[in-house]
Design a protein around this ligand. Structure first.
Ligand SMILES: [Zn+2]
Length: 68
């Protein structure tokens, strides 16, 4: 049984062809990859002084998509 891989950020099924690994794997998109990267950084470094408006934008978008 092959279980479809889902994006750990948005939990959508990955759009990639079976057996074809994207450079974005295991994320469905560059956006999700960045969100995860930010989460990781945030957990690792309590104080991050280099958060730019792009990251804030990511988090805001994520909130908008948060409703399941
Ligand atoms: Zn995703």
């Amino acid at each position: 049984m092959i279980k479809r891989q889902t994006c750990p950020v948005c939990e959508r099924e990955l759009p990639f062809e079976p057996g074809k690994i994207s450079e974005l794997f295991p994320f469905c998109s560059e956006r999700c990859r960045n969100v995860d990267l930010y989460r990781w950084a945030e957990g690792k470094y309590a104080i991050v002084e280099e958060i730019g408006p792009e990251i804030a934008q990511f988090l805001q978008e994520e909130t908008d998509l948060g409703e399941v």
